[in-house]
Design a protein around this ligand. Structure first.
Ligand SMILES: [Zn+2]
Length: 449
């Protein structure tokens, strides 16, 4: 940082360099989570400014300072690249704990902070919505080139068969970790490096922060040679395991995997799956080879990370009254239930319902659980065409109204539809909030605020 006394050995920043550092930092402290504004008016100073920010040296200005790098030239040492802007408190804290706060850590803070400042300048003070804002897919399924999809709060993805709707659904869902990551990896052989160079990436917004997570296929697994041998004998090279120690924590630790994880551009051993609470509604949910309502509830419990009994106990009349699908429930035993559909007085076991009726009940249940069980980030509810295709236009309308309701229900919605004719259903519901439509490969993506 700036020396107070004249010291010939110090490679201090010039006033111009300090101005550049401060400006690139938005005059805001770059220490993670601080974001203190470091400049303000002064009544008495000649400059009219009170500056409480400091251009801190990433590697020290002289040889007795913290993180000193003897290989740098004096010019490099006083260059803007060797500085990070912080408030006085954090500049001192960082220098007093140089063994804890390494130069590479300081560089990462600086990059992340400048990225945050850039987005504030580009987008204004707040993001339009929380949740996943961008999805990028490279070399998976129909997306042989890098495809980028910007997402709003409600999104309707329209396209013909095999144009990539399920790829989008499964890719988005993969970021939530297990069980949906394995489903994705097996389906697309992700990590097997058969095609090569496949990657998936999202940016997720929570409060003022944006986190990017990128998973890239690698031709070689991580460094350990013994792991390589073990893996290559494995039947399924895409198989990945959960670290037992990480169970119960937010992060899923992936070991012996064949892909590289980057979080905010830095290589990582895991990613914050808690930022991606996700429910994927596709035909897989009802299980195979004998799909059933009971199996769907069991799989829903895994996705919600709730005990199965909680799901069963949620099948209560009062849960469904306001859902647009007011069915009634009769418990006939442990995990046994009979259901009376709207307008009918008799009860039927789930096996006697049509698939479309089962899906309506599941959709209402998902809406209610997402609303009641808030997570740090909004629930991402993804509805594939194997579900939406089962619903008539009234069913689609109810689904969009329930899941896309703008009453701060904590849901971000991605619904896939096969026919453009279905889009007006969504347009009518969210007309004033339509952000626009964009082509992504052969898909058309309509976004709503
Ligand atoms: Zn600070």
């Amino acid at each position: 940082m700036n020396g107070k006394e004249d010291d010939d050995d110090r490679d201090d920043f010039s006033p111009a360099t300090l101005r550049e550092l401060a400006g690139r930092s938005g005059y805001v402290c770059a220490f993670p989570g601080c974001r203190r504004l470091t400049v303000g008016p002064s009544e008495d100073r000649k400059s009219g400014l009170s500056m409480v920010g400091v251009g801190a040296h990433i590697t020290a200005a002289n040889k007795n300072g913290p993180r000193y790098d003897k290989y740098l030239s004096p010019e490099e040492r006083s260059d803007v690249n060797n500085g990070v802007w912080m408030c006085q408190t954090h500049a001192k804290l960082v220098d007093d704990n140089a063994s804890k706060h390494t130069d590479s850590e300081l560089r990462r803070w600086k990059t992340q902070h400048e990225d945050w400042v850039f987005r504030r300048v580009a987008n204004g003070p707040t993001h339009p919505h929380a949740g996943v804002s961008v999805l990028r897919i490279t070399n998976i399924g129909p997306f042989q080139e890098r495809a980028e999809m910007k997402l709003g709060r409600v999104n309707v993805v329209v396209g013909d068969n095999s144009s990539g709707k399920s790829t989008v659904c499964q890719t988005l869902a993969a970021f939530s970790g297990e069980p949906l990551f394995s489903q994705f990896a097996e389906r697309w052989r992700f990590g097997a490096a058969l095609e090569g160079d496949a990657s998936i990436e999202t940016a997720v917004v929570k409060g003022d922060d944006m986190t990017t997570v990128k998973l890239t296929e690698r031709f070689r697994p991580f460094d350990s040679a013994s792991e390589v041998e073990e893996d290559e004998e494995d039947e399924d090279p895409s198989e990945e395991q959960e670290d037992g120690e990480a169970a119960g924590s937010d992060d899923v630790k992936v070991v012996a995997c064949h892909f590289q994880i980057e979080v905010n551009g830095a290589i990582s051993s895991s990613w914050p799956t808690s930022l991606y609470p996700t429910i994927l509604l596709d035909e897989e949910l009802r299980g195979s080879p004998n799909p059933s309502f009971e199996q769907a509830l069991s799989n829903l419990a895994r996705q919600f990370r709730l005990p199965e009994d909680v799901i069963w106990n949620s099948l209560r009349d009062d849960f469904f009254v306001s859902s647009g699908y007011a069915c009634k429930f009769l418990r006939t035993g442990d995990r046994k239930i009979e259901i009376a559909l709207p307008g009918r007085s008799f009860y039927l076991p789930p096996g006697s319902l049509s698939t479309s009726e089962e899906w309506r009940i599941i959709l209402a249940l998902v809406t209610k659980l997402c609303t009641l069980d808030r997570r740090p980030a909004p629930w991402l509810v993804i509805v594939d065409t194997t579900v939406s295709g089962r619903l008539d236009s009234e069913g689609k309308s109810i689904m969009l109204r329930m899941l896309g309701a703008d009453d701060n229900n904590g849901i971000q919605l991605v619904v896939c539809l096969t026919f453009q004719d279905d889009v007006p259903v969504a347009r009518d519901l969210f007309d004033e909030k339509w952000l626009g439509a964009k082509n992504v490969g052969r898909l058309m993506v309509h976004s709503f605020l």
